[in-house]
Design a protein around this ligand. Structure first.
Ligand SMILES: [Zn+2]
Ligand SMILES: [Zn+2]
Ligand SMILES: [Zn+2]
Ligand SMILES: [Zn+2]
Ligand SMILES: [Zn+2]
Ligand SMILES: [Zn+2]
Length: 441
């Protein structure tokens, strides 16, 4: 046999020695015969003909059958490893084909059929461990080298005759399926999967009409739910809920869950932030992958903007802190059962508590300063006679380091506030002495 490299799968073959006159009686004979065959064998293409006959002159002919021609390397070379899976020898009575026997013939049967033999009612089969089948009556289904006779071809779960074994993760070549319940590997038609296994390897994007293979899973999760939504979305159709700031990848959401955010109450949104982060935290602990996805809770100053952008609802820092603290105490007292995720959730919430206190204090201090800028803005609007705007404008936030004053304004006044090409707001900024931005809503 050719020198074999352990990393490559050997090409399975059967040897047909029924017209080989010399006969073989031991391993040495077998090796000698193989060395004679190999130079001619590597020049054939198993895809063109899966059974070849090689003429050895005076000693007769040897047939080589490729049992899985589609999986053989192209071309075969002297280093291709082969595995002889069976040898057909001249008929002997000791292995008789049960199918032939039923027809009143006797022929040599090198294969085993689990369906034939004892228990199947055949008188002739009595006392034999398993039924036998000849090369004429044997059936091999794709995906496995298990044999059966014509009448014992395994059945698919649906009752139809199976046409291949599924080689997927769930079936591991131990379940057969019919043509209707099989899908072929897109790059290699000789590999077949059942629909479930196929979906494991080639999940389809959930977005309507997309159909491409999608590897991103929706991270939407309810606290206490065993796992996240998990719907698959492709890179083009994934929606990112940017809860970790601009520079970290937000939670991946399917279109259904992204669409539902706007109608979700504040407390539920905080729950989604917590559950999503717990899932990431646990995934990170489990396997140390190189992913740099954030796995700690976002600061409440960011959460405040998330709530404004997602729900148009403006909460002060104390209220947001209370939402997180509420989850912490309910989980801590066992009122909210997160199963095995409880510890991870509590750890994240406790680590988060000090940054929440910081944010509240900073927010209060900044607001004193921010309010002064805001009062000047209102005064300026009144001075310019823009009374409707002066009474409608609301303070939202102030960032002292960047000198940005965030304000809120009803939709119908926003255009006039900004002015053509931003000219009006630019003039206001100059007069008030601070950068003024409208809260996105
Ligand atoms: Zn037969
Ligand atoms: Zn059978
Ligand atoms: Zn399967
Ligand atoms: Zn079926
Ligand atoms: Zn898609
Ligand atoms: Zn989803």
């Amino acid at each position: 046999m050719g020198p074999s490299k352990p990393t490559r799968t050997p090409v399975p073959v059967m040897l047909d020695l029924r017209e080989y006159r010399k006969g073989i009686s031991g391993v040495e004979d077998c090796v000698a015969l193989w060395e004679q065959l190999e130079p001619a064998l590597v020049t054939v293409d198993p895809r063109v003909g899966s059974r070849v006959r090689l003429d050895l002159g005076a000693t007769g002919q040897v047939g080589v059958w490729f049992l899985d021609p589609a999986a053989a390397p192209v071309p075969l070379t002297r280093t291709t490893p082969f595995a002889v899976r069976g040898i057909l020898e001249p008929p002997r009575v000791r292995h008789r084909c049960d199918t032939c026997l039923a027809e009143g013939r006797t022929s040599y049967a090198p294969f085993l059929c689990p369906g034939c033999g004892p228990g199947e009612g055949s008188q002739a089969a009595k006392g034999k461990p398993l039924g036998r089948v000849c090369d004429e009556h044997v059936v091999f289904l794709e995906g496995s080298l298990r044999a059966s006779c014509l009448s014992h071809v395994p059945e698919c779960q649906c009752g139809a005759q199976a046409s291949a074994w599924c080689r997927g993760r769930r079936c591991r070549a131990s379940r057969v399926w019919c043509e209707r319940h099989l899908r072929r590997h897109p790059g290699d038609a000789s590999i077949t999967y059942c629909h479930d296994c196929y979906a494991d390897y080639f999940p389809v994007c959930d977005h309507r009409g997309c159909g491409t293979t999608a590897h991103i899973r929706c991270e939407h999760r309810q606290l206490g739910a065993p796992k996240p939504c998990g719907r698959r979305v492709c890179a083009e159709h994934v929606m990112r809920w940017q809860i970790y700031g601009r520079h970290s990848r937000g939670l991946a959401l399917c279109s259904l869950h992204h669409g539902s955010l706007q109608k979700t109450p504040n407390e539920k949104l905080v729950e989604l932030i917590l559950a999503g982060t717990v899932t990431r935290f646990e995934a990170k602990k489990g396997k140390r992958t190189g992913n740099r996805r954030q796995a700690f809770l976002p600061r409440i100053s960011i959460v405040r903007h998330i709530l404004i952008n997602t729900r148009k609802s403006v909460l002060d820092m104390e209220s947001i802190d209370a939402l997180f603290a509420g989850f912490e105490s309910r989980i801590g007292r066992g009122e909210l059962d997160l199963g095995s995720s409880s510890n991870a959730a509590l750890r994240l919430l406790r680590d988060h508590a000090s940054s929440r206190r910081e944010d509240i204090e900073r927010f209060q201090a900044e607001h004193v300063e921010g309010r002064r800028h805001f009062e000047r803005l209102v005064g300026q609007l009144q001075y310019e006679g823009r009374r409707e705007m002066a009474s409608a404008v609301r303070f939202s936030d102030y960032r002292p380091r960047q000198g940005i004053l965030y304000i809120r304004l009803p939709r119908h006044l926003r255009g006039a506030f900004i002015g053509t090409g931003g000219a009006t707001v630019k003039e206001l900024k100059r007069k008030v002495g601070v950068d003024i931005r409208l809260e996105r809503e």
